[in-house]
Design a protein around this ligand. Structure first.
Ligand code: ADP
Length: 404
């Protein structure tokens, strides 16, 4: 029987993540990362069948060279896979209001993705570069765009509008869009299976806690509010991003402290969050190590991360009314019993009681409910955005397998 394989690409400006996924069962055939684009040390690493490899790419390589290497050297030569591919699926960060679901990429769609660049200047131009390079490398394969923002297009205006002059929304599309939608969709469907409830009857709060972190209120399977905004800078305390902020701080930094707007954005995006508070790292494992060694600033960073997350979760009782489950996912959500138990402690007003053993066991890809019987439910579900991208891609294209 033929597998339906999808090459999933996540193209950034200086790197490209890739994976070959079996769309039928989510099986990962290989995955890897090409990085340091446009630099002398451009390189690529990948893993397949339990073996990890890496090599340098020609100096100053970027998307095209990386994609050619993936196709010719890894997929064709090393893996011997030339058939069974049905599509290339691209993760696209921003689809604006135009893209409410995944689509097959044509010139019109590519133009739309480029038009959304003003909303995601760090991401969408790189996605467009990656799509063009993939079109050259895979002329016979349909390319599919899967948008991080699409899942949140069901939010009502009262949730997605900023209280700014209305014309800024009408003329410039300035509003909350939200990210991590692909992850939210996946874990919501998994939660429905665990709770044995139809997705369209399920109310959950999804805390996706990775380097970027967001929390989303999902009512009857649809996003009704989320913490990320126009861009992924809004909301929770993140690895290096500040999240919620009084906008006047920006004016203060510029007029009183002499920062340029670029300097301010560098602070807010790259020097804030867990890194800025702890002074240790943006990596949660290192913050936990600092906390265990008694670092006051690491402890403060964790406290702030948890406090803000718990406040957001509590506030989502407003749009949801009834909450079937809180879902923890992403690198921190899937691996930190400490964060989960501390967040749920702050939510005792709702009655959450953690099962210490189950919470401890839900790490390294183990999923499941982490609260005691009789408590409202919280659970851990490892996310799998690549599988959603592969499934959407396979669904959209013909079932006929094509040769590369
Ligand atoms: P990204 O947003 O880049 O996809 P991930 O979802 O991979 O990020 O999450 C990365 C975060 O998860 C990092 O802060 C990392 O330290 C954290 N993390 C990974 N493993 C653990 C662990 N065992 N305990 C706590 N945090 C962890």
């Amino acid at each position: 029987m033929n597998n339906k394989l999808v090459l999933v690409l996540n193209c950034g400006s200086s790197s490209l993540k890739f994976a070959v996924i079996n769309a039928d069962n989510g099986g990962e055939i290989m995955s890897g990362l090409a990085e340091c684009f446009n630099l002398p040390e451009a390189r690529i690493k990948w893993k397949m069948a339990g073996t990890k490899k890496s090599t340098s790419l020609p100096p100053y390589s970027a998307h095209s060279a990386a994609i050619s290497f993936i196709v010719e050297e890894i997929i064709k030569k090393e893996a011997g896979l030339t058939e069974q591919f049905v599509a290339v699926g691209h993760r696209i960060v921003h689809g604006g209001e135009r893209f409410t679901e995944s689509v097959i990429i044509d010139d019109h769609v590519l133009e739309g993705i480029e038009q959304c660049s003003s909303l995601a200047p760090l991401h969408n131009p790189a996605h467009a570069l990656g799509i063009r390079a993939a079109q050259v490398a895979f002329p016979a394969l349909p390319q599919v765009a899967v948008f991080d923002t699409a899942f949140h297009q069901t939010m009502p205006a009262k949730a997605f509008m900023y209280a700014l002059p209305y014309h800024l929304y009408k003329e410039y599309s300035i509003r909350r869009y939200g990210m991590h939608g692909t992850s939210n969709l996946f874990v919501t469907h998994e939660a429905a299976k665990i709770l044995n409830k139809p997705v369209d009857d399920l109310n959950v709060i999804c805390a996706h806690l990775g380097n970027g972190a967001s929390v989303t209120a999902i009512k009857k399977g649809q996003s009704v509010d989320t913490s990320m905004g126009l861009t992924p800078l809004d909301g929770l305390v993140m690895g290096t991003r500040c999240g919620d902020l009084d906008p006047s701080i920006i004016e203060y930094l510029i007029t009183r402290l002499g920062y340029s707007i670029e300097g301010v954005m560098e602070i807010l995006q790259k020097q804030s969050g867990l890194l800025g508070i702890s002074g240790i790292s943006s990596d949660f494992r290192e913050i936990i190590a600092g906390y265990e060694q008694g670092s006051k600033r690491a402890t403060l960073a964790i406290d702030m991360f948890i406090y803000r997350l718990a406040k957001y979760i509590a506030s989502y009782a407003v749009p949801l009314g009834h909450i079937d489950a809180i879902i923890f996912t992403g690198g921190i959500g899937e691996n930190s019993p400490l964060v989960r138990s501390k967040v749920l402690e702050l939510l005792t007003i709702f009655g959450y009681q953690v099962d210490g053993e189950k919470n401890k066991a839900a790490i390294l890809g183990n999923q499941g409910i982490i609260t005691i019987a009789g408590s409202p439910i919280a659970m851990v579900i490892p996310t799998n955005e690549e599988w959603v991208i592969a499934q959407d891609s396979a669904k959209l294209v013909s079932n006929q397998s094509l040769s590369l």
